[in-house]
Design a protein around this ligand. Structure first.
Ligand code: PHE
Length: 450
C-alpha cells in the first residue's frame, strides 16, 4: 500500500503554486454561477451578510484545519482520518462522508460545467449575435432540455477532468497561474461594463442593505452551506491539497488569501449580472440560468462581443475544471490506496461511476420527465451543499480541535502563527465553528421554533 500512497502524491513547486491551486479549487461555478443566483433567490442583503460572517468565522478557520490535517496526515482523506484517530470507527466514517460529498458534487457540477462549453462554442459561432433578452431564456430552456446535448457536454467535461487527473496536474498548475488572474480580470471588466451601462445603485442596495427579518432558517443554512461549497470545504479537497504542501509554509496566511480572493470573485460576479437584470427588468426563466441568459445577450452589444463572450465562457469552464479536478482527486487517491490499484485504473473507475450518476442530473432539466420531476440536479446540490458539506466541515473542525494534540497543531504552523494566532484559531475551531454550524442545522430542522 505504501507504494501506491507514494505514487498518488505530488508536491507543490512553490508557495504561490499551492495557493493558486487551492484558489483554483475554490473559485469555480460556486462563485460565478451559483452565488449570484442563490443570493438573488434569497433576497440579497441579509443572505450576503450571513454568508460573509460564515466565511470569516467558520470557513477561514476550517480551511486552515483541513490543510493542517492534510499536511500532518500526509495520505488520502480516508486513511488520514483513520490513522490520525488511531483507527477510530467514527472518524473513519468522516472519511466516507467526505468521499460521498465529492462524489455527489462532481456528478452534477460536471453537468453545469458542460453548459459553459456550449455557451463558449455558440458564442464563438455567433449564435447569440442577434438574440434578444426575451429569446435568451427560452434558448437556455431548450438547450438544457435537450438530453443528447446534455449528455454530450457532461461526458466531455467528465472526460477532460478524468484525463487530467490521470495524466497529472503539472500542466494545470502552470495554466492556473495565467488563466485564473485572467478570469478575475475579465469578471472585473464585465462588471465595470454592466455598471457603466445600467448603473449600480440597485445592485449595491440589493447586496448590502440587510433586512435581517427576511432571513429564514433555510436561507441561513444555504448561506452557511454555500460558504463551505465555495471554499471547497467539508469534503477533503483541502486535506488532499494540504498533504502535497511542504512543511514550513504559512497555512493561516494561505487561508486568508484563498478566502479573500474567492469572496471577491463571487461579489464581482453579482456586479456582472445584477445591473443587467435590474436595468432591463429582465424576467429570468429560472434564476439558475442567470449566468447564461443575462451575459450572452450583454456580450452582443459589445464590439467583438462574440469573441469576448467566447473567451469569458471558456475561462469559466477552466475555473470549473480546476474545481472538478479537486473533486475527483480525493476519490481517485482513496480508491488507489484502498483497492491497491494503479492511478490509471482508479481514475477510470471513479470517472465512470461519477459520470453515471451525473447522467441523472443531465437529464433532469426537461429532457426526461422522470428525472425532471425528481429535480435531480437541484436536489443533489441541496443535499451536498447544505447538509453533507456543513456536517463534514463541522466534524473536521471537531477532529482538528480535539483529536489532534496542541503540539501536532503547532508543529504545522510557522513560529509567528503558533505564538500569536494559534490560541484564537484553536478556540474558533474547537467551539465557535462547530457550535455555530450545529445551531444552524438545529434551527433548520425546527428545534428552536417548537
Ligand atoms: N469550490 C468550488 C466552487 O466554488 C466547488 C467545490 C466544492 C470544489 C467542493 C471542491 C469541493 O465552484
Amino acid at each position: 500500500m505504501s507504494s501506491t500512497i507514494k505514487e498518488s502524491k505530488g508536491e507543490w513547486g512553490s508557495k504561490i503554486g499551492f495557493i493558486l491551486a487551492c484558489v483554483g479549487s475554490a473559485v469555480g461555478l460556486g462563485n460565478i454561477w451559483k452565488f449570484p443566483y442563490i443570493t438573488y433567490e434569497n433576497g440579497g442583503g441579509a443572505f450576503v451578510l450571513v454568508y460573509l460572517v460564515a466565511i470569516v468565522v467558520v470557513g477561514l478557520p476550517i480551511i486552515v484545519a483541513e490543510m493542517m490535517i492534510g499536511r500532518h496526515g500526509n495520505q488520502n482523506v480516508y486513511t488520514t482520518f483513520r490513522d490520525l484517530s488511531k483507527n477510530n470507527k467514527f472518524w473513519k466514517l468522516l472519511g466516507v462522508l467526505c468521499l460521498f460529498s465529492a462524489f455527489v458534487i462532481l456528478s452534477y457540477y460536471s453537468v453545469v460545467a458542460g453548459w459553459t462549453l456550449d455557451y463558449f462554442w455558440q458564442s464563438l459561432r455567433g449564435e447569440f449575435a442577434s438574440m434578444s433578452i426575451e429569446q435568451s431564456g427560452p434558448r437556455f430552456g431548450a438547450f438544457v432540455g435537450n438530453g443528447w446535448k446534455q449528455i454530450f457536454y457532461h461526458s466531455s467535461f467528465m472526460g477532460i477532468t478524468g484525463l487530467i487527473v490521470w495524466k497529472g496536474t503539472k500542466g494545470i498548475e502552470k495554466a492556473v497561474t495565467i488563466l485564473l488572474p485572467m478570469l478575475g480580470f475579465f469578471v472585473f471588466l464585465i462588471a465595470c461594463l454592466s455598471i457603466y451601462k445600467y448603473g449600480s445603485s440597485e445592485t449595491v442596495n440589493f447586496l448590502f442593505s440587510s433586512d435581517l427579518s427576511k432571513l429564514t432558517p433555510r436561507s441561513i443554512l444555504e448561506a452557511v452551506g454555500h460558504s463551505f461549497f465555495t471554499l471547497s470545504l467539508g469534503m477533503g479537497a483541502m486535506v488532499i491539497y494540504g498533504s502535497y504542501l511542504k512543511k514550513g509554509e504559512r497555512l493561516i496566511s494561505a487561508g486568508i488569501w484563498i478566502a479573500t480572493l474567492d469572496t471577491l470573485i463571487a461579489l464581482m460576479a453579482c456586479f456582472m449580472m445584477y445591473p443587467i437584470i435590474f436595468g432591463t427588468k429582465m424576467a429570468l426563466s429560472s434564476s439558475s440560468s442567470m449566468l447564461f441568459t443575462t451575459l450572452s445577450v450583454h456580450f452582443n452589444a459589445l464590439p467583438g462581443g462574440n469573441i469576448v463572450g467566447a473567451i469569458f465562457y471558456l475561462l469559466v469552464a477552466f475555473a470549473a475544471l480546476t474545481s472538478t479536478i479537486s473533486l475527483l482527486e480525493p476519490v481517485v487517491s482513496f480508491a488507489m490506496d484502498t483497492f491497491n490499484i494503479s492511478r490509471n485504473k482508479s481514475t477510470l473507475f471513479s470517472t465512470v461511476i461519477i459520470w453515471l450518476l451525473g447522467v441523472a442530473s443531465a437529464l433532469s432539466n426537461g429532457a426526461v420527465k422522470f428525472f425532471t420531476d425528481l429535480d435531480v440536479l437541484t436536489r443533489l446540490d441541496y443535499l451536498a451543499s447544505n447538509w453533507t458539506l456543513p456536517v463534514g466541515g463541522m466534524l473536521i473542525s471537531i477532529f482538528c480541535g480535539f483529536v489532534l494534540s496542541a503540539d501536532e497543531k503547532r508543529s504545522e504552523l510557522s513560529s509567528f502563527e503558533a505564538r500569536v494566532i494559534y490560541p484564537t484559531w484553536n478556540f474558533l475551531i474547537r467551539y465557535v465553528s462547530p457550535i455555530l454550524v450545529f445551531i444552524v442545522i438545529l434551527n433548520m430542522i425546527g428545534v428552536f421554533s417548537k
